[in-house]
Design a protein around this ligand. Structure first.
Ligand code: ATP
Length: 288
């Protein structure tokens, strides 16, 4: 069969290999995708574990796949397409060898220099700016949703993979009373349950905190329960900056990502520019 769109893939062209991890959507495998011209490439495949795929969900998936197929940026995990002819639904994307940023930092934390941490933050800022420029609100910016490849960070788990896993999570929420990612949410998201570009900027601030704090703490707001975080963040409480965080990074995080009023937060373009200056400053120091 000939695909109608370039993002419509066929199950028979996807070969599953080793399992890499598991999320709400289902298992993630390394795999090989055979392209129309007969060539093949290594990919990552998310295999949907849910059964109840209805027409509405398929329509949503197709719409989102069409949009995501157009996203091409070095700091955003590339999306190749989706196989939806029969179950299980498979999402096919760029294979990122290094795994997620949170596990990378937990494992290599002591060896990661401050300038590398600035570079990770800059990468994530460029990726999120790119998504925002295309009207995509990520809604789950966190170190666990960044992947690492050869010292570069790429954002993942946005758009389709997030929407579908959010459905699975909402389902889980009802069934297992699973928690929302409270520790990454902005005060207004905690209050109104709505997401905006500026709530992504707040979560980006939490991501910067994670990048600089590892491997000392496993989660934002160490020592506080989720209920305490919920109440305190709404009331204006913010975390201390990690010890090794340069003051210029602290300023971006505290003054430009975490204001209570979303309008006072920077756009991701300004955040990216802030890190660009720091990276330039670091490399001129090194070359001196
Ligand atoms: P959830 O889906 O519930 O948000 P999650 O983000 O941990 O959770 P997934 O995005 O499904 O779940 O990913 C699970 C694991 O699979 C990741 O932690 C990572 O190790 C691996 N993984 C995901 N995407 C890729 C990829 N493109 N390349 C390589 N490994 C990946």
């Amino acid at each position: 069969p000939v695909p109608r769109q370039d993002w419509e893939l066929h199950h028979e062209n996807i070969e599953l290999g080793k399992m890499l991890g598991e999320g709400a959507f289902g298992a993630v495998h390394a795999g090989v995708l055979t392209l129309k011209d007969g060539t093949s490439k290594k990919v990552a495949v998310k295999v949907h574990k849910g059964k109840a795929i209805n027409k509405e969900l398929i329509r949503e998936i197709c719409k989102e796949a069409r949009t995501m197929r157009r996203y091409k940026h070095p700091n955003v995990v590339a999306f190749y397409g989706v196989a939806i002819e029969h179950e299980p639904i498979m999402l096919v994307m760029e294979l990122i060898s290094g795994g997620s940023l949170d596990s990378y930092l937990a494992k290599n934390g002591n060896m990661v220099s401050v300038s590398e941490r600035i570079s990770f933050s800059f990468d994530a800022a460029k990726g999120l700016e790119y998504l925002h420029d295309r009207s995509c609100i990520h809604r789950d910016v966190a170190a666990r949703n960044c992947l690492v490849n050869d010292g570069r960070v790429k954002l993942s788990d946005f758009g389709l993979s997030r929407d579908v896993s959010a459905q699975a999570k909402a389902y889980k929420l009802k069934n297992l009373k699973q928690k929302l990612p409270i520790r990454w949410l902005s005060p207004e998201t905690l209050i109104t349950a709505s997401y905006t570009f500026k709530s992504d900027v707040f979560s980006f601030g939490i991501l910067i905190w994670e990048i600089f704090v590892y491997p000392k703490a496993s989660e934002p707001y160490p020592g506080m329960t989720a209920a305490e975080v919920n109440a305190q963040v709404k009331a204006g409480y913010r975390m201390e900056a990690p010890e090794n965080m340069p003051s210029a990074v602290k300023t971006i995080m505290v003054q430009h990502c975490w204001p209570q009023d979303p309008d006072e937060r920077w756009s991701m373009t300004n955040v990216r520019k802030g890190f660009e200056e720091l990276v330039a400053c670091n490399s001129s120091k090194k070359s001196r």
